[in-house]
Design a protein around this ligand. Structure first.
Ligand SMILES: [Zn+2]
Length: 198
């Protein structure tokens, strides 16, 4: 089992960096919208099997640490993938697939994850869901201007998700440094909580 408290703080660090990375772009979230993202965030780790996808909209961001692809990363084995991904093999890795409609996209499609590298898997989950949150928030703000954001995994979503994947995830060195920083900041934020309680 992962430490839910630490993982929640870790997810928040990724989310903050992801939201802030759009500052100065047309996709920038206001302070209020960023705060709303944290207000609606739920990080959970159910012990039972069942429908366990992560998902997000304008009023919900749910990150599931027991997601089946995370379990595959932990166990170093691929269970439950669609047969069209069965040829995706690389020693010491599991293939993390995206939706079939864009899995082959070189910027935001599926990618190999080292066995046990749970942080990499959760990074993908969080960046994917933050993209949905921004997509739906923009659409709600102005349906005309942002009509290309309508389809759940359409062009608008892929643009946002590709930007996040390029910025934080696709390059192994950048990713390693970013994940280390998020883990450190997550640890520090928990120390602050303890001191405030004392
Ligand atoms: Zn999605």
């Amino acid at each position: 089992m992962l430490d839910l408290k630490h993982q929640t703080a870790f997810v928040k660090q990724i989310m903050q960096a992801a939201l802030d990375s759009f500052d100065g772009t047309p996709y920038q979230m206001s302070r209020k919208q960023k705060q709303h993202a944290f207000d609606v965030l739920v990080v959970k780790q159910p012990k039972t099997d069942g429908p366990n996808c992560s998902r997000a909209g304008r009023n919900a961001i749910r990150i599931n640490l027991s997601y089946w692809q995370i379990k595959n990363v932990i166990h170093g084995k691929v269970w439950g993938a669609h047969k069209c991904f069965h040829d995706k093999q690389l020693d010491g890795h599991v293939y993390w697939n995206e939706y079939r409609s864009f899995d082959a996209d070189p910027r935001c499609g599926g990618m190999f994850i080292k066995n046990g590298d749970v942080d990499h898997g959760n990074l993908i989950q969080v960046l994917h869901e933050v993209s949905h949150f921004i997509q739906k928030t923009l659409l709600h703000e102005d349906r005309g201007r942002w009509r290309h954001m309508r389809r759940p995994h359409g062009d608008g979503f892929r643009t946002l998700y590709s930007m996040l994947r390029d910025r934080f995830c696709n390059d192994p060195a950048v990713r390693a440094e970013f994940l280390e920083e998020c883990n450190m900041l997550a640890m520090l934020s928990q120390l602050d909580d303890v001191q405030l309680c004392a």
